[in-house]
Ligand binder design. Sequence first.
Ligand SMILES: [Zn+2]
Length: 288
Amino acid sequence: MINWAMASDLDRVDQHRRSPEWVANLWHADDAKLLKLDANSRFTTNAGGSKLRMTKPFVKYDSQRHLLLGLLNGSPVFAVEALTEGEVHDFREIGNQLSDDERDIAAAATALRNWHRDEQFCPRCGAETTVINGGFARHCPSCKRDLFPRTDPAIIVAVVDLDDRLLLGRQGTWPGNRVSVLAGFVEAGESLEQAIHREVAEEVDITLSSVCYFGSQPWPFPRSLMLGYSARASSTEIYVDGEEIEFADWFTRDQVRNKVASGQLGLPGPSSIASRLIAAWLDNTLEV
Ligand SMILES: [Zn+2]
């Protein structure tokens, strides 16, 4: 089971990365590694995708292309968008198969590349910006402002009723019989708890009596941070909104296990926090 609650071993070297010379020197270190990503932020892996395939940097260092993700056990790790060869996977597909260290590398590389690809111009004046801080920021030469990667908070909540049944719903755009717990972006000026109450009310018209924090994980598609919660429903009558959610219902643990086994229900991929929330509820370890 993925656990994002421990300290990362990837040292992002914030105190050093403002020095371009310091970063450039790391590029030439004997133990430096480079992860290549394609234009869709899929990275090169071994067959099956259980391990990242990283190479030693051999081309000339380019501060605008080569992103220093940090030091892993003292070894510099860089990422670059480039032509890839062989098997590629994205973080959604194989995040759960990677080691803790490689998962942190893959998440950071994906988040940074998505940001640099989409935000090359200053949002205030439109000038072209340059990469600074080894890839963790951009600078606008016109406004003299530094710009940092944005992260969009999104809540995801496992709602259970008084009988401990879990609320699962499906969006019309999802494939097959896929269902999941409810989720949505936090809106401007809203707390996380307010977002949870609003989303659940909007999507299924259920009111909540309590909300309990579960954990978080990055979801760089393109730049979300998923904030997981459990919640107790104070009502059980469901009215789906018909827009975001086309179906929702309460399920017992046996119903979920049986319907998944028979193919009547599909659950979220194992790299997601949705999968962890549902697994915790199935295991009777979800605190509500
Ligand atoms: Zn500007």
